[in-house]
Design a protein around this ligand. Sequence first.
Ligand SMILES: Nc1ncnc2c1ncn2[C@@H]1O[C@H](COP(=O)(O)OP(=O)(O)OP(=O)(O)O)[C@@H](O)[C@H]1O
Length: 702
Amino acid sequence: MRQIEISIEDIREAESLLLDKGESFGDEGSERIAFIRNLKICDLLAVPGSGKTTALLAKLYCLNKHLPFDDNSGILVLAHTNAAIDEIKDKLQQYCPKLFQYPNYIDTVQSFINRYLTVPRFIHKNGVKPYRIDSDFYSSEREKLLDTFTVISEVKHLFNTPKIDWLYTYSFREFEEAPRLRIVKSISTDEEVDIKKPKGKSKNYQDWNNQTKEKVTDNLIKVKTTIWDRGILSYDDSYLFASKHIDDFCELKTLLQKRFKYVFIDEMQDLLKHQIDIIDKIFFTKVSSSIIQRIGDKNQAIYGPSKSVDVESVWETRQDFAQSKYIDLVLAGTNRLTKEVAQIVDCLVLDRKPDSYKVIGKRILEKPVPPVLVVFSKEKKKELPALFKTIIKEHQQAKQIPIFDKYGNQPKFNLIAWSGEWNEERTEKNKDKIRLEDIVPYSREIEGKKEFLNSLSDHLLKYDKKKQTLEAIRKSILNGLIHILRLERKTYLSILRQRSINRFYTKSKMIEEIKERSDFDYDFFKEELYNWCWQTKTGNEKTAYNKIKDFVLNKFKQWFNLEINSETLAFLGTDFTNGQMLQSEIDVKVEDDLEVNVGTVHSVKGQTHCATMYVETSYYKYETEKIITPLFLEGHNCIVGKRDSKGKEIDIRKKEALKMMYVGFSRPTHLLCFAALEENVTCHIDNFKKAGWRIETRLLNK
Ligand SMILES: Nc1ncnc2c1ncn2[C@@H]1O[C@H](COP(=O)(O)OP(=O)(O)OP(=O)(O)O)[C@@H](O)[C@H]1O
């Protein structure tokens, strides 16, 4: 392929589209321009708000000008979250339509792996596509199935441990060759766990004998194959299948490398080890024709496999194949933060490598805003959102915070916290502790992302509203109906490789059955479905709701021989409810005049806000109980790498807290508020003041 050179003219064009008036990527020798022009294998590591994503967008904009490439290869852009992918689409789709067409591919790592490896593997083995690749769905199916196997009820608790899954020594359907099931703790560590009788208070505790182990193993195999036969895979399964596929068909690597000349991975710090490994396995081979660039910030790695944070990044600098050293590029300074906020954020840096890693605030405001420490009493926690709004308004009056953004909209104001909900039981010990849901109505349900929502009402309210046609509503209603079939445990028989298998209905299978069965009335269904869509579109969701409910309880019940169990009844609800809609993580409005979005720190990764209020919440302890001196611009005593005599990590909770605050505090361009409980910070107020915090005491008891 002809060598591509990114011209400075194209970069300046990207600059005018992506940056505010007067802003630039610097002069021709600047490190941002150097990164945009760099088309060699490299990693870019840089502090929050340094413009990593923006520089990547500029590079893609410039590369788009060279599409199609003369060897018909394309560009692959991957990220961990849908939000990051949406941002790339929002910013570039209108200017770079070619970039979003074949042979290019822009999506999450999970979607890429599913599409190019897992689904082909499944089809190769079964002749059909998997029904669903989704860990939540998989877990709920597994739970239900486990209940039907008495032998394994004793080990059921293991299934509830998030990291533990049951995997085969060899992947799918190969247990004829390698019939023994392995239990590994997590796919990334590959650490095996022996099957033992659960440790309990029982006096007769002893490991199972071999016969019991065999029995448990056989049953587990049955559970796993039944779920897989139904086409349901967890995300871990997906990587296992993918890995097996690439091992079995090595030539796929060459094909994918030929297809994607350039591979860019944004949010690299959030990838888990097995994700990094499989991408390297495909693209980073000795004779690879692909150029792979990975972009991120190790200190912002907060996506662990569970609620806790992965404190050690699994993203490692590359080991070189060919003596030429791969370099880590760095961008100095942050465009997002002012020096007032940056100096606080810099003290929260966990890992100082590379050496030049320093958070230096480059944003200059006419009237700088000092960070605010809101000291609050437990009793007044619910007043935090209102106080946040008051503080914003006061700064707006003082012309320190803008009233409109560059598009004439209200700037982004966000209230965030580490811990959103109480998933564990509320006990005497934790009943007074605070999480986000104790401050504002909050639930983790993510609007528009889930096909199966909590209620029929939600299916009529939470469809993809960006779509103009009735298609999105139709899809949402049909999803609601197949969800009911699932709640009723209705399956259909499918023959796969001479074996009959029960599978859950998909939308198309349900429609096919309604069409084909002479005792069903397809014309009636088609007409009604159209009416429900139209009613929903024109604001008559309540009418649609009542009609659908009536249909489910009569015709649909009769057609599919439903029992209408308690789960279905709960899903249908007694009435159409839009007032009590669960607040979504990405878009919860606190009050009506100023709009404040509420969410977890995870939900605002990569975002830029105008003002951010970070409220400390209890996860084991509150943030300030775990670590406080960095907030006074002092060090955190090199907690990196501290291990006990057995080599086990210590200070994990402190590291997690540092990372969370690091990500949360580095969002605002103007105002950072940190809300801390009075009992945790009162004795440190002088230190906070000395470090530049303004102390806000309006939420203390008089
Ligand atoms: N060269 C630049 N000059 C001025 N502003 C910039 C520049 N590059 C990016 N910005 C602005 O700085 C903010 C942060 O940019 P961006 O989101 O690209 O940073 P990031 O490094 O990807 O952040 P994070 O690490 O939080 O994901 C955005 O508002 C962006 O428009």
